[in-house]
Design a protein around this ligand. Structure first.
Ligand code: RFL
Ligand code: PHB
Length: 393
């Protein structure tokens, strides 16, 4: 098989890229190791920046997002038993975010590609990419029928997430890795219970961080900070609800948590990671394949979409006019935004979590930082403008 752009991975990055390319008349084949049912059921991110929503609408895949997405005009920061609202609307001149599950974005993009009858091969695991410095690349994969096959393409885009194969095709001597592992994880659940509050609540508590979010008026998405060595089996449903309530409680009662059936439970370690550059010969990396942020800033899916927006425009300039200037600029253009987003995500994470081995002095400084953020307009505005998403420059 032969195509212009081979895309490895059918997460938000790969699927959005394929659709953007199609709209510019550029052919692609998407290869995904898992089944369609698996990727459509994977519960992950839930917050879309205004720019991500605009992109999905402009791509013609935002119909259900417009109908079912929940527009949020602020969040609450909760500490010392009190919630404080950060009003995005007022602090950013009317910008908002939209709560809409990543798996819903993925479903909408898969449906769009299926309706067009364009190639999206599930259960097709890529094992190697070769010829990154030749005239064209060769992508080796095992197809759903178990046969080893090759696709030849002008370019290959690694949208295969943090554990994918594409980043590993770059020689170690050509890649710089920057990373930080945080000494805690998030236990996340999806529950059939009404949202704890109308807006998300990010809670700093001496027992650890907690976040209440939602997916719909009847489904809650809830997280508590846990230790890196804990396992989901350590967390009975009862233990989860008791812990969440303890972290949200106050003498005044605190937000009302209604325990419902838990539909899904998972643990995610918190990590910051950047691989530079995001291009090597005919290979481009996009999304989690190139960078990971801890989820505290709700940025992972948005960064994946931001990368492919830049890449689609660059490939368009190349195929339409033979101009490879934007392809050359792809990595530095993305990395500038990536690093600013890393900064924000690490800052939110450090401000809101409990770090076991810090001094009482550091704890007081952490509380003072939260106090500053809620009491200074400049500081709340800094949080708000990053949370709704930095402008595209
Ligand atoms: P994905 O979604 O991981 O997709 C990569 C795809 O590549 C496939 N693959 C391969 N296919 C073929 N051959 C191979 N050899 C392959 N190796 C891998 C995989 O099966 C997969 O389908 O990466 P992408 O597209 O870059 O998207 C990134 C996002 O998924 C990720 O950043 C977010 O989920 C992060 N994240 C959040 N992001 C936000 O913007 N807002 C949030 O609120 C938010 N919350 C979160 C999050 C991630 C979380 N977890 C579970 C990691 C909350 C959590 C708990
Ligand atoms: C979610 O709804 O899953 C969610 C919301 C905000 C975050 C992370 C995850 O910061």
């Amino acid at each position: 098989m032969r195509t212009q752009v081979a895309i490895v991975g059918a997460g938000p990055a790969g699927l959005a890229l394929a659709h953007l390319l199609h709209r510019r008349g550029i052919e692609s084949i998407v290869l995904e190791s898992r089944s369609r049912a698996h990727v459509e059921r994977r519960v992950r991110a839930g917050v879309l920046e205004a720019g991500s929503v605009d992109l999905l609408l402009a791509m013609g895949v935002g119909e259900r997002l417009r109908r079912e997405g929940l527009v949020h005009r602020g969040i609450a920061l909760r500490f010392a038993d009190t919630s404080h609202r950060i009003d995005f609307d007022e602090l950013t001149g009317g910008q908002t975010v939209t709560v809409y599950g990543q798996q819903e974005v993925v479903k909408d993009l898969i449906a769009a590609r299926a309706a067009l009858g364009l190639p999206l091969l599930f259960e097709s695991e890529v094992s190697a990419v070769n010829g990154l410095h030749g005239d064209r690349v060769a992508i080796a994969y095992r197809s759903a029928d178990g046969i080893e096959r090759i696709i030849r393409a002008d370019y290959v885009v690694g949208c295969d997430g943090f554990h994918g194969v594409c980043r590993r095709a770059i020689p170690a001597s050509e890649l710089r890795i920057y990373e930080r592992d945080f000494p805690f994880s998030w236990l996340g659940i999806l529950a059939q219970s009404p949202p704890v509050s109308e807006e998300l609540i990010y809670t700093h508590h001496e027992r650890g961080f907690a976040l209440v979010s939602m997916r719909s008026p009847t489904i809650s998405r809830l997280y508590v900070q846990c230790a890196n060595d804990e396992h989901v089996d350590d967390w009975s449903d009862d233990r989860f609800w008791t812990e969440l309530r303890a972290r949200l409680a106050s003498d005044a009662g605190g937000p009302n948590v209604v325990a419902g059936p838990i539909l899904q439970k998972g643990i995610t370690p918190l990590r910051s990671f950047v691989a530079e550059p995001m291009r090597y010969g005919r290979l481009f990396l996009a999304g989690d394949a190139a960078h990971i942020v801890p989820p505290t800033g709700a940025k992972g899916m948005n960064m994946a979409l931001a990368d492919v927006r830049v890449l689609a425009a660059a490939l368009d300039a190349f195929y339409a006019r033979g101009d490879d200037g934007l392809l050359e600029a792809y990595s530095p253009t993305c990395l500038r935004r990536v690093w600013r987003t890393q900064r924000f995500s690490a800052w939110m994470t450090s401000m809101l979590h409990r770090f076991a081995d810090v001094s009482e002095f550091d704890r007081r400084v952490q509380l003072a930082e939260l106090d500053y953020v809620i009491s200074s307009r400049a500081a709340s505005q800094t949080l708000a403008e990053n949370y709704v998403g930095l402008a595209f420059t």
